[in-house]
Design a protein around this ligand. Structure first.
Ligand SMILES: [Zn+2]
Length: 236
């Protein structure tokens, strides 16, 4: 294999590494988008949860108000009976019952006051959160949009790299290309390792002196005895 082929293979390898890099980036993005979408959903859920809390408090308040109405009706009936009752014991019992109902009303009114206080606090929190939530969601949606744009950009980049690769492979002899692809399958990453200071930069083993001497003399591509990658040496 001549040095032009070697240089072309080295270029091919650069392109292949870039292709892998771009593909890895593209693969990562959907998970990133999913994470942002989950974050957005969490904000929406939290807000809806607070709205549910408010609704629940309003329902409880209405129930308590109905309870008061019930006790007031009871008191009215007791008062009517107090006007007609003749028996002293029965009269006393009715008075006791009336006092109990009045006490119950006071108790429920306290509870309603507490609920109204809670509602007021919740209301101001909802107002605050509403603004915050919209801003946060807007921000997250922008992030998602950016990620989607990034995918588009990377896909374009990938297409360009693949076109470049195709052009380049036309300049390489089929058997050389086939060998390159074969080694690539085995070593996964770099097929051609630049020799730096007598070290194969593919596996970081020192190249035996005999191979290195040959490498200096020969125009041909030799292979690393350790990892099998092509060795590319350029005198500095
Ligand atoms: Zn090696």
């Amino acid at each position: 294999m001549d040095s032009i082929t070697a240089r072309n293979l080295l270029k091919l390898q650069d392109i292949d590494l870039k292709i892998e890099e771009v593909k890895a980036k593209i693969e990562k993005i959907p998970a990133e988008i999913k994470k942002i979408e989950e974050e957005k959903q969490k904000i929406i859920d939290e807000f809806e949860n607070i709205l549910r809390q408010r609704k629940q408090l309003e329902i409880t308040k209405k129930e308590k108000e109905l309870d008061i109405q019930t006790f007031q009706d009871r008191i009215k009936k007791i008062e009517e009976r107090l006007n007609t009752v003749r028996n002293n014991d029965e009269y006393k019992a009715l008075l006791r019952e009336k006092a109990q109902a009045e006490e119950a009303i006071i108790h429920i009114e306290d509870e309603i006051l507490k609920i109204m206080e809670d509602l007021e606090n919740l209301q101001s929190r909802i107002k605050e959160l509403e603004k915050e939530k919209d801003l946060k969601i807007q921000n997250l949606e922008n992030q998602i949009h950016e990620k989607k744009q990034e995918i588009e950009k990377l896909n374009l980049e990938l297409k360009e790299l693949q076109q470049k690769r195709e052009e380049l492979t036309k300049q390489i002899k089929p058997q050389d290309l086939a060998q390159y692809e074969n080694i690539k399958k085995k070593v996964k990453t770099k097929v051609i390792a630049v020799v730096d200071d007598q070290v194969c930069t593919g596996c970081y083993m020192v190249i035996p002196p005999k191979v290195f001497t040959e490498l200096l003399k020969s125009e041909n591509l030799l292979r690393c005895p350790n990892c099998g990658r092509y060795l590319f040496y350029e005198a500095k």
